[in-house]
Design a protein around this ligand. Structure first.
Ligand code: SF4
Length: 116
């Protein structure tokens, strides 16, 4: 499978697209960095399991572009995944994944309060 360079560009970061050179490279002291999500198992960042989600958030904690990543994910209203150390669902940051089944009354009330 080949990937076009344009497919590697991410829309929504400060209203411009960024390339891989913006998220991989070198610090001012000359040392190089790789983003944690580029070297870890990608499934961690899109898992349904609380443990994997916590691990992904932890990896983001040491990321040099965490703030920009979070800003971009918010601007794109990411539908899912861990971005910038936060878990997204339907474009919103959520504290944790809801388990299967009917939501509790308090969860429903909280969502309705948020929407109002
Ligand atoms: S903050 Fe963003 S770029 Fe950094 S590891 Fe997490 S998901 Fe990847």
């Amino acid at each position: 499978m080949s990937v076009l360079f344009s497919e590697l560009l991410v829309p929504g970061w400060a209203d411009e697209k960024i390339g891989l050179d913006a998220v991989t490279g070198t610090y001012s002291d000359g040392s190089s960095f790789n983003l944690p999500c580029h070297t870890a198992d990608p499934e961690l960042f899109f898992s349904e399991a609380d443990l994997a989600i916590a691990e992904a958030k932890s990896l983001c904690g040491g990321c040099p572009v965490r703030a920009q990543c979070l800003e971009g994910a918010i601007s794109r209203a990411e539908p899912a995944g861990v971005w910038g150390g936060e878990l997204f669902e339907d474009g919103r940051v959520i504290a944790k994944k809801r388990k299967a089944g009917r939501p509790s009354l308090s969860e429903v009330a909280a969502r309705e309060e948020e929407a109002a």
